[in-house]
Design a protein around this ligand. Structure first.
Ligand code: AMP
Length: 209
């Protein structure tokens, strides 16, 4: 099954996609993770993307589309995948339609106040990529693997506000785009625990699967 995860930054797309990936044995393809890796490795794509990411703006469509196209051609995508953070514009969705058949667009619905709280307290593990909220952490290392934790530059308050604006303007219209195609399913993820929110995601997915 080919799945697109929609939803604002901090809605939990990455967390739920990682768990679903293990359960369904299909890869999670996060364009944000791909860019962060490219930046670490100082590739031309990474260096080009960094100036947009640091400001919370979108990387140009043609750069993202070329990167995703290459990734979807890899053998591990043959049995399905979860796209996390792509498409983020109507132009990207149209480009995706030319290279893939999407079965479900899963919209993770979370109000802005919850997002701002989650993102400003989000910490990421340098080793395993897991994400955690500061309120649930005991020390400054990863509770899963002991790796060191950091705050993404784009999780700082000013950039978060910009990312939410960018989401409303460019990405929210995709909800209507996939609804028209009849493949949209929405999970309202306002529960306090990740587990409850994940169950809402599963239920929304099963409603369309
Ligand atoms: P994310 O980890 O999905 O929140 O992505 C982090 C940043 O990477 C975003 O704020 C954008 O600057 C960039 N990015 C990730 N995916 C895309 C995309 N599909 N289109 C444009 N920019 C993207």
């Amino acid at each position: 099954m080919n799945i697109v995860f929609l939803g604002p930054p901090g809605a939990g797309k990455g967390t739920h996609a990682q768990r679903l990936m293990k359960e369904m044995d299909i890869p999670q393809i996060s364009t944000g993770d791909m860019f962060r890796r490219a930046i670490r490795e100082q590739t031309p794509t990474g260096m080009d993307a960094q100036r947009y990411i640091d400001k919370g703006e979108l990387v140009p469509d043609e750069v993202v589309v070329a990167m995703v196209k290459e990734r979807l051609a890899e053998p591990d995508c043959a049995n399905g995948y979860i796209l996390d953070g792509f498409p983020r514009t109507i132009a990207q969705a149209e480009a995706l339609d030319k290279i893939a058949h999407i079965d479900v667009a899963l919209n993770i619905d979370v109000p802005d106040e919850i997002i701002i709280n989650r993102l400003s307290g989000r910490r990421v593990c340098t080793a395993c990529g897991g994400t955690f909220h500061v309120s649930l952490l005991r020390g400054d290392t990863c509770p899963e693997c002991g790796g060191s934790l950091y705050q993404r530059d784009d999780d700082k308050p000013e950039t978060v506000k910009n990312r939410l604006n960018v989401y409303q303007q460019n990405t929210a219209p995709l909800i209507g785009y996939y609804e028209k195609k009849g493949i949209l399913s929405t999970a309202v993820c306002t529960f306090d625990t990740v587990e409850e929110n994940y169950q809402a995601v599963k239920a929304a997915l099963n409603a369309k699967a």
